[in-house]
Design a protein around this ligand. Structure first.
Ligand SMILES: *[C@@H]1O[C@H](CO)[C@@H](O)[C@H](O)[C@H]1NC(C)=O
Ligand SMILES: *[C@@H]1O[C@H](CO)[C@@H](O)[C@H](O)[C@H]1NC(C)=O
Ligand SMILES: *[C@@H]1O[C@H](CO)[C@@H](O)[C@H](O)[C@H]1NC(C)=O
Ligand SMILES: *[C@@H]1O[C@H](CO)[C@@H](O)[C@H](O)[C@H]1NC(C)=O
Length: 349
């Protein structure tokens, strides 16, 4: 996630520090977004949603998988505005190395998944992507339908919770660096955005609808900064480092480089109606694991979800980690915790 509705572009004239530099920036703690494992085979797959659109995914199979057995499977969703090649493939690979069938997906409207216009926001459709992935996995004869779990990273943390509330086939749910995309768009970080400011954003989206309804060009909002200036905030720098340098720069065939991470402005207002934590307690008795860095600017979202969820639930802090550290820094991401969580909970009752 990278959209900052309440942050104006840096003042004109500020010194531009970087522009589309593909230079690796901070690669500390084993940053390895594009990690591939010799022990895992990757299969590009596609499958339909309930609405007959196509979702694209990568199926990661352990090379020593017993395909005559019923195996546990884990779906992985990428950060908001990203694609499966960013973060989701890494988590899926690490889970497959530990014996799980793993499936990373592009949420609808992003990456290679269908949906027009590109980069549209539809939290309901994003959640449907996870349920469509359950359909796909459950139809594989090497997957046990009762042992399918999911990991949602950043915005996908809120989409997977939204999916799980109405899809009991998702048996265990973990989030990492979760962003509640509803609360964030309504209220900003730490409730820094007033209702009047929210209304300005809604009004701008409504105005843009007029433009597009009359055949005008699509407009985009937020997104990871394309350039850093001396006025850039820490949050902007953090997302820039991940999305705009070779650390994790990736442009899917369906996107222009300057549109990656940028949702369409008119559809972004849909997030204002997104309340992923309402009724979160009804996911119980299925277990929830919320993983976040204790330095993450997004930590309030994991705290809020944890407070509202019912048992069994766990809030797992990663000491010293920021929001994007848990995207790709393999020495910080608690993969062993995830493996333990899914080994414990993806069992037949
Ligand atoms: C690089 O990232 C790590 C992890 O967030 C952080 O501890 C370190 O201070 C960063 N280094 C620089 C030079 O920003
Ligand atoms: C890959 O498989 C080999 C042989 O089983 C094993 O020794 C090695 O630890 C595995 N590597 C990873 C990263 O899981
Ligand atoms: C896998 O699960 C199905 C459905 O419960 C069952 O019919 C089948 O026998 C199982 N296969 C194995 C190899 O355990
Ligand atoms: C992206 O780049 C194209 C080509 O340079 C330009 O026409 C378009 O306005 C840019 N779009 C945005 C949202 O910056």
């Amino acid at each position: 996630m990278m959209k900052m509705p309440n942050v104006r572009l840096a003042a004109l004239g500020a010194t531009v520090l970087h522009s589309f530099s593909a230079t690796a920036q901070n690669m500390s703690y084993g940053a390895d977004n594009f990690y591939r494992s010799d022990n895992v085979t990757v299969w590009p797959v596609t499958f339909p949603t309930l609405y007959r659109t196509t979702v694209a995914g990568n199926l990661f199979l352990p090379n020593d998988l017993d395909t005559t057995a019923n195996n546990s499977a884990i779906i992985v969703g990428h950060p908001m505005g990203a694609v499966k090649e960013q973060t989701a493939n890494l988590y899926a690979t690490k889970m497959a190395e530990q014996g799980f069938v793993a499936l990373s997906i592009d949420v609808p409207f992003w990456g290679n998944s269908e949906g027009e216009p590109r980069n549209a926001v539809s939290p309901d459709f994003y959640a449907e992507g996870f349920s469509a992935a359950v359909d796909y996995l459950g139809l594989r004869d090497f997957v046990d339908r009762e042992r399918i779990g999911a990991i949602g990273i950043c915005g996908s943390g809120s989409f997977v919770l939204s999916a799980a509330k109405i899809d009991p086939r998702i048996a265990a749910i973990a989030t990492s660096s979760m962003y509640d995309m509803g609360a964030f768009n309504r209220d900003g970080l730490r409730h820094a955005q007033s209702v009047d400011q929210r209304k300005e954003i809604i009004a701008a989206a409504a105005q843009q609808r007029w433009v597009e309804a009359a055949g005008g060009a699509t407009a985009y909002t937020g997104g990871a900064a394309q350039v850093l200036t001396e006025l850039s905030t820490d949050v902007e720098r953090e997302f820039y480092d991940f999305y705009r340098t070779s650390r994790a720069l990736f442009t899917p065939a369906s996107s222009a480089p300057n549109l990656t991470t940028h949702p369409t402005l008119s559809s972004n207002a849909k997030f204002m109606n997104f309340y992923p934590f309402n009724d979160i307690d009804t996911i119980a008795p299925r277990p929830l694991l919320f993983i976040a860095g204790d330095r993450a600017h997004s930590r309030e979202f994991s705290e809020d979800a944890y407070a509202l969820a019912a048992e069994p639930k766990e809030l797992f802090w990663v000491p010293g980690a920021s929001h994007t550290d848990l995207y790709d820094r393999v020495e910080m991401i608690p993969f062993a915790k995830l493996v333990d969580f899914f080994r414990t909970h993806l069992v037949r009752n």
